[in-house]
Design a protein around this ligand. Structure first.
Ligand code: ADP
Ligand code: ZN
Length: 669
């Protein structure tokens, strides 16, 4: 072991309380500590932060972290301070005095890590300040923000290429969870890091179960999914429009699941308050547009649900990736149907942008649709999309692996749909949407069918062998496969170049069978039972713990909630669920024994060691806790999950919005 390696490992043990490095962490850290530049692609939850935090601790000077996530800086810094790391930040939420304190600490060499927004780094005053201190490493977090094609583009990221010129001896590390080759290349070029070493981790998130269900009544489907599988769990529900965000949040709340909305139409104060509640409370649901989520490093998000189709596989992967950063079982659930395909195709056509932009958007959508319609392993398809090799045997933890879908030869059905479209157009000069096409195939004399004499068409009633849902499934899959297209603001159906081959019987059309009854419950067993409405206890986090240990786990969570409230930090800053699980499993009887547990570093041991041992001691050992629970005498912990969640918090005004920093004040101010 080199000196660097042993120093890095010592910091890992002492500060973070972790046993060993994960995956690429060790290689990245060794390279950066030695002064090399690095571009790191690692999935959410992969452990990117340590890749720059440890070099910052090991190398002399302060590590400067550039991050666009102003609203989260306070939490990041709080979490580091709880570990005994000397961290600070500078952004527009601070007043002059607060900032001066941080500046002085930096100049005196008293900071291990300094977080900055890119807008601030751009200022001459900031650059000047930085050149008067000693910098150990520059970390460029969320580095995909430099990409002009992504929806997270931040113009100020472009100037970060100057860091290398101005500080040629300070290593730079750029990190992102965005996996595509194009973004990867763009980061390297735009940040001017031609000699950087590249580290690409596996993008598999094995603890996330991927499921895509046919959309029928999405809000109700969501409700039963949450009730059956995630009662009391924290999670994110993504919707396309602000209106459906509001309605869904209301619907959930009305049905006993506490949920708050988040979208760009809400004022900054409300958004900040909702985000803060999500981070601080246990088991709150946020219903949001894609405006929510970047940098949310809450480790115990147990599910991410999509009520509408994301625009790309990248988006889907990033959004679902916010679940289960702590490595515990989590679900990525999506309801998807014909309406989604039509809506997204229409959006692309009527949207802004030139032809090449549209083509690219169309390609992104096609890849997303292929993921939805695949009969193969979803995880396999995701990994292959990011250029990684999936397990050919399947993952065993996605819906298609758990309940393999059946396929059928849909060639004749496809021909029936396509000839209906052709006949309407050739014989009548008309174009219609999916509803009318299906009504014609089913031989329904609806008002609209009669109005247009469509019962006179030769194709009227030729499709009685399938149900309406099945026909919609056929249309959806034809759209997904590019054998049918959508046109205009009404979403009328038209043929594509590829349609001809089907009509001429030159090709077959294999289709995925529509499940008779949508699979809504987790097929992996361990289904929770008897959970009351809105009961805010983390089922998934406690799942897989022996029943005898659950009361102790809950008692520790209650103790943690109390600590968090007293200190005004999110609960996970105290200890992660995963650490609490290990604590109850090991059941340490002394502070020294507690020190051996993953996630318990020196500082946390000193701060919380006695508290934890006391909580366990009061329960009288694992068997004692079990006996009490069985006898039904286990007292509700003083601040049970539900109660703590609604506790008063006067600190919300202090929460900055999830915003780009406003124009910085002029230097002379
Ligand atoms: P990312 O920024 O890549 O999404 P984080 O840096 O937040 O991921 O790390 C994800 C989780 O994994 C965190 O809870 C972190 O504490 C934990 N973690 C990271 N590295 C290790 C390690 N070597 N051993 C144990 N836990 C780790
Ligand atoms: Zn699978």
């Amino acid at each position: 072991m080199t000196v660097t390696q042993s120093e890095a490992l010592a910091a890992l043990h002492r500060v973070f309380g972790y046993e060993a490095f994960r995956g690429e962490q060790e290689a990245v850290i060794e390279h950066v500590v030695a002064g090399g530049d690095a571009v790191v692609l690692m999935p959410t939850g992969g452990g990117k932060s340590l890749c720059y935090q440890i070099p910052a601790l090991v190398r002399p000077g302060t590590g400067v972290v550039v991050s666009p996530l102003i609203a989260l800086m306070q939490d990041q810094v709080d979490a580091l301070r709880a570990l005994g790391v000397r961290a600070g930040f500078m952004n527009s939420t601070q007043d002059f005095d607060e900032r001066r304190v941080v500046e002085a600490e930096f100049l005196a060499g008293e900071l291990d890590l300094l977080y900055l927004a890119p807008e601030r780094l751009r200022l001459d005053s900031t650059l000047d300040l930085l050149s008067r201190g000693k910098i150990s490493v520059f970390a460029i977090d969320e580095a995909h923000c430099v990409s002009q094609w992504g929806h997270d583009f931040r113009p100020d990221y472009l100037m970060l290429s100057l860091l290398g010129e101005r500080w040629p001896d300070v290593p730079r590390i750029a990190l992102t969870a965005t996996a595509t080759h194009a973004t990867h290349r763009e980061i390297t070029e735009r940040l001017n890091m031609p000699t950087a070493r590249h580290f690409v981790a596996s993008f598999d998130r094995p603890n996330i179960q991927y499921r895509i269900v046919p959309k029928a009544d999405p809000r109700k489907q969501l409700l039963s999914f949450l009730r059956e599988e995630h009662p009391g769990d924290a999670g994110i529900v993504y919707c396309l429009s602000r209106n459906s965000v509001e309605k869904t949040a209301e619907f959930l709340t009305r049905n006993g699941i506490e949920a708050v909305p988040y979208h760009a139409g809400l004022d900054a104060g409300t958004r900040a308050a909702h985000q803060a509640r999500f981070l601080r409370e246990d088991g709150l649901v946020v219903v949001a547009t894609i405006a929510f989520g970047m940098g949310i490093d809450k480790p115990d998000v147990r599910f991410v649900a999509h009520l509408d189709l994301p625009k790309s596989v990248e988006g889907y992967y990033q959004e679902t990736g916010r679940a289960g950063r702590d490595g515990l079982p989590s679900t990525a659930w999506m309801a998807y149907g014909l309406g989604d395909v039509i809506q997204q195709r229409k959006l692309i056509q009527s949207g802004e942008g030139d032809e090449s932009f549209r083509r690219r958007a169309g390609q992104h959508l096609d890849a997303m649709l292929a993921l939805c319609e695949t009969v193969r392993c979803r995880r396999g398809q995701l990994l292959a999309y990011f250029g990684q090799d999936p397990d050919p045997a399947g993952c065993g933890n996605c819906d298609t692996c758990l309940t393999p879908p059946e396929t059928w030869d849909g060639t004749v059905a496809a021909q029936k749909v396509l000839s209906t479209v052709v006949r309407l157009q050739r014989e009548r000069g008309q174009k219609f949407g999916a509803v009318q096409i299906v009504d014609i195939l089913l031989g329904r004399r609806t008002a609209k069918v009669i109005q247009f004499d469509h019962d006179q068409l030769s194709v009227f009633g030729i499709g009685e062998e399938l149900t309406e849902a099945e026909w919609r499934g056929v249309v959806r899959q034809l759209l997904a496969q590019g054998l049918l297209a959508v046109e205009g603001e009404y979403g009328t159906l038209v043929l594509t170049e590829a349609s001809g081959a089907v009509l001429r019987r030159e090709r077959e059309v294999p289709l995925r069978k529509e499940p008779k009854k949508p699979v809504t419950s987790r097929s992996g067993g361990s289904g929770p039972s008897g959970s009351g409405r809105g009961e805010r206890k983390a089922k998934a986090a406690a799942a897989e713990l022996p029943a005898a240990l659950v009361p102790a786990f809950e008692a520790l969570r209650a103790w943690r909630a109390e600590q968090a409230r007293e200190q005004g930090v999110p609960a996970y800053v105290i200890f992660h669920d995963a650490t609490l699980r290990e604590i109850v499993t090991v059941w340490p009887t002394s502070v020294a024994e507690l020190g051996g547990i993953s996630g318990v570093g020196e500082k946390k041991l000193a701060t919380y060691g006695e508290g934890v041992v006391a909580v366990l001691g009061a329960l009288g050992g694992p068997s004692g806790a079990a006996v009490e629970a069985e006898a039904g005498r286990a007292e509700a912990p003083p601040h049970a999950a539900g109660e703590e969640a609604r506790g008063d918090r006067g600190d919300q005004e202090d929460w900055p919005g999830f915003e780009t920093e406003p124009e910085p004040e002029p230097d002379w101010a």
